[in-house]
Design a protein around this ligand. Structure first.
Ligand SMILES: [Zn+2]
Length: 542
C-alpha cells in the first residue's frame, strides 16, 4: 500500500514493510521503514574549526572501559580528543589562550550517541505536497530536526536510504549531527521502489539491482551492466556511501507478490560490498526474511522480528523456529536492530494523548504540532482508519484502533532473548518509519530506549548498542563510539552514569560535536521554554 505524494523535486515515498498477518488490517502492519525522500548530492560532515577545549575533573564512562575513569581531564584539539589523563589542567588554559574550560566536577563524560537507522529526507507525518502547501511550517521543522537529534545526544546518524543530493540538503543545516548514508540496493520493481510510478522509480533508485533474468524487460535507458551488484556497489562507494542497504520484502496488504532478490544476487552484493569495505544491511522483519538474511551473509538485520509464520500459543513466547533464527543471529554475530518504535509509532496515531505529551515541545516547533493536531495533519491516521473500517464493517469508528500487541510481544521476547545471549544488538530506530508524527526526531530515540529497557536490555547494553557496537558495525569506530585519544570529539557531558540509568540522556549538560560545545537549551525547539532543556541547571562554567 502506498502512501506517497508525488512532487516536483522527488517523491515522498513511503513503504510499508512486511506481510501482515491476517488479523491486522490490510497493509497496516507493513507500515514500517524504508522511507526515502530521494533528492539528490553530498558528502560527509566535516569538522568545522572550533576553539580547543579542556574538560576538568570529570568522570569518563566509555564502552571500551569496564570501570568509570574518575577525576580526569580531557583536552580537545582541532575537533578531536587530544588527551585523557589526570592533572592536565595545571598550567593550562589561561583565559587568554582561547581554550574553553568546562568544569566536569560531579559530571560524566560519555561518547555522543549513534543511531544506525534513520531517514532524514522528509518531515515526519508530512507529504511533499503538504510541505509545499505550508512552506513556513516545513521550514521551521526542517531547521529544528537536526537540533532535536542533538538535543537527545545523537551526534552521529546513518541514513539507510539516501543519495549525495539528499545528504547535501541535510548537511546544509547548522548545527547538524555527523551523518553518513547507505545506498539502497533495491531489486528493480521490488520493495520499496514499487511504491513509485514507473519510470520515476528508476531515477529515484540509482543503486537498484537488475537480475539477469529480468534484463529482457529493462526500461529504455537502463543498462543491466550498470545495475549488477558489483556496479551498484562501485557507484555508491564513489558517491560516499559507507554501507549498502538491501531488502527482502514480499509486500503486505493488497501488495503481496513483490519480487524478492535471489539468494545468489544478495551473496554477490555482499561479496562486492565487503571487497569495497562496506557493511550490508537488510530490511527483514519476518521469519522468512531474517532466515534469508542469515543465509546470504548480510552483516546487519535492520529490523526486529515481528511477523512469524507460526505463533506461540502463549503470547510473547518464542517458538522453537523463532529461537533457531535468533540462535543463528547470535552465533553469526549478526547486527540486529530491534526498531520497536516502528510499531509504537503506528499505534500512537490512535493514542489521543500522544500529541499533548510535553516532551514533544522540546523537539518540534509549535507550528508543526498545531498542524499535526489539525484535520490535515491527521491524514495518515485517517487513511489507516479507513483501512480498519474496511476490515471491520459495522464497528463504530471510535472503537477502531491499531493494535500491534502481537508483533510487539514477539519483538520484545526476541530482543530479550538476544540480550540475554550476548547478541550484537545495535541501536537503530528507523525514524521515521512511516509518515507518522508519532516518530518525532530525537524523542523517538528516547522512547526506543524505554522499549529496549522494557524488553530486558540493561542500561549498559543500551549504552553499548548506541555507541561502540554501532560504530564497529558501520566501521566508524576509528572516528567515534568511545572517549579515546584521536577520535572525533563527539561527547556528552551528563549528570548520571549511563551504565546505571538511561536518565543520563535526559540530563545532558553539554552536547559536544566535533569539539563544538552546544547548549541543550539552545537546541530545544523554541516552544520548549528555558526550563525545559535537558541541561536546565548545574551548567559548567564557560
Ligand atoms: Zn528504515
Amino acid at each position: 500500500m502506498a502512501r506517497r505524494a508525488p512532487g516536483a523535486d522527488g517523491p515522498l515515498m513511503v513503504a510499508m514493510l512486511q506481510t501482515s498477518p491476517p488479523r491486522y488490517p490490510a497493509g497496516l502492519l507493513g507500515l514500517a521503514c524504508a522511507v526515502g525522500l530521494l533528492l539528490g548530492h553530498s558528502g560527509q560532515s566535516q569538522a568545522a574549526a572550533f576553539g580547543d577545549l579542556l574538560i576538568v575533573h570529570v568522570s569518563v564512562v566509555s564502552p571500551e572501559r569496564s570501570a568509570v575513569l574518575r577525576n580526569v581531564d580531557v583536552t580537545v584539539h582541532d575537533g578531536r580528543i587530544a588527551a585523557v589523563a589526570a592533572g592536565l589542567q595545571s598550567g593550562a588554559a589561561p583565559a587568554s589562550s582561547g581554550i574553553r574550560t568546562l568544569d566536569g566536577s560531579g559530571l560524566y563524560l560519555i561518547p555522543g550517541l549513534i543511531d544506525s537507522h534513520v531517514h532524514l529526507g522528509w518531515i515526519p507525518g508530512m507529504t511533499e505536497e503538504q510541505e509545499h502547501a505550508h512552506p513556513d511550517i516545513a521550514q521551521a521543522a526542517r531547521a529544528q530536526i537536526p537540533r532535536s537529534y542533538l538535543y537527545f545526544g545523537f551526534t552521529t546518524l546513518i541514513d539507510l536510504i539516501s543519495t549525495p543530493t539528499a545528504m547535501a540538503r541535510w548537511q546544509a543545516h547548522d548545527p547538524v549531527p555527523d551523518t553518513y548514508f547507505c545506498g539502497a540496493a533495491a531489486l528493480m520493481d521490488g520493495y520499496p521502489s514499487n511504491y513509485l510510478a514507473k519510470p520515476e522509480r528508476y531515477a529515484q533508485f540509482p543503486y537498484m539491482i537488475v537480475e539477469p533474468d529480468s534484463a529482457a524487460a529493462l526500461p529504455p535507458g537502463i543498462e543491466a551492466a550498470a545495475h549488477s551488484p558489483q556496479a551498484v556497489v562501485a557507484r555508491m562507494k564513489a558517491d560516499g556511501a559507507i554501507c549498502v542497504k538491501t531488502f527482502f520484502e514480499r509486500g503486505f496488504g493488497a501488495v503481496h507478490d513483490l519480487p524478492v532478490p535471489q539468494a545468489s544476487t544478495v551473496r554477490a552484493l555482499v561479496q562486492a560490498a565487503h571487497a569495497a569495505g562496506l557493511p550490508v544491511l537488510m530490511h527483514a522483519n519476518s521469519d522468512e526474511a531474517q532466515r534469508f538474511a542469515l543465509d546470504t551473509g548480510v552483516d546487519i538485520i535492520a529490523h526486529g522480528l515481528w511477523n512469524t509464520t507460526e505463533r506461540s500459543a502463549t503470547p510473547g513466547e518464542l517458538t522453537p523456529a523463532t529461537k533457531a533464527i535468533l540462535d543463528r543471529v547470535i552465533a553469526g554475530k549478526v547486527g540486529w536492530q530491534p526498531t520497536m518504535q516502528v510499531l509504537y509509532g503506528l499505534q500512537n496515531l490512535f493514542n489521543a494523548g500522544f500529541l499533548s505529551d510535553p516532551m514533544l515541545a522540546r523537539v518540534l516547533p509549535q507550528s508543526l504540532m498545531d498542524w499535526y493536531a489539525a484535520p490535515e495533519g491527521q491524514w495518515f491516521h485517517d487513511e489507516i482508519l479507513a483501512d480498519l473500517a474496511k476490515d471491520a464493517p459495522g464497528t463504530p469508528r471510535a472503537d477502531l484502533r491499531v493494535d500491534l500487541s502481537g508483533p510487539i510481544g514477539t519483538v520484545k521476547a526476541a530482543t530479550e532473548y538476544l540480550a540475554g545471549h550476548g547478541a550484537r544488538l545495535l541501536f537503530g530506530t528507523d525514524t521515521p518509519s512511516a509518515p507518522t508524527y508519532a516518530n518525532p526526531p530525537g524523542l523517538n530515540q528516547w522512547l526506543e530506549m524505554h522499549n529496549l529497557l522494557d524488553a530486558g536490555m540493561t542500561p549498559t547494553q543500551i549504552f553499548e548498542a548506541a555507541t561502540l557496537a554501532n560504530a564497529r558495525a558501520l566501521k566508524l569506530d576509528a572516528e567515534v563510539g568511545t572517549v579515546q585519544v584521536g577520535k572525533r570529539a563527539n561527547l556528552l557531558l551528563v549528570r548520571a552514569d549511563p551504565r546505571r540509568t538511561i536518565d543520563a540522556y535526559t540530563s545532558i549538560v553539554e552536547v559536544i560535536l566535533g569539539g563544538r560545545v552546544l547548549d541543550p537549551r539552545q537546541l530545544a525547539a523554541a516552544g520548549a521554554g528555558a526550563g525545559a532543556g535537558a541541561g536546565a541547571a548545574a551548567r559548567a562554567a564557560p
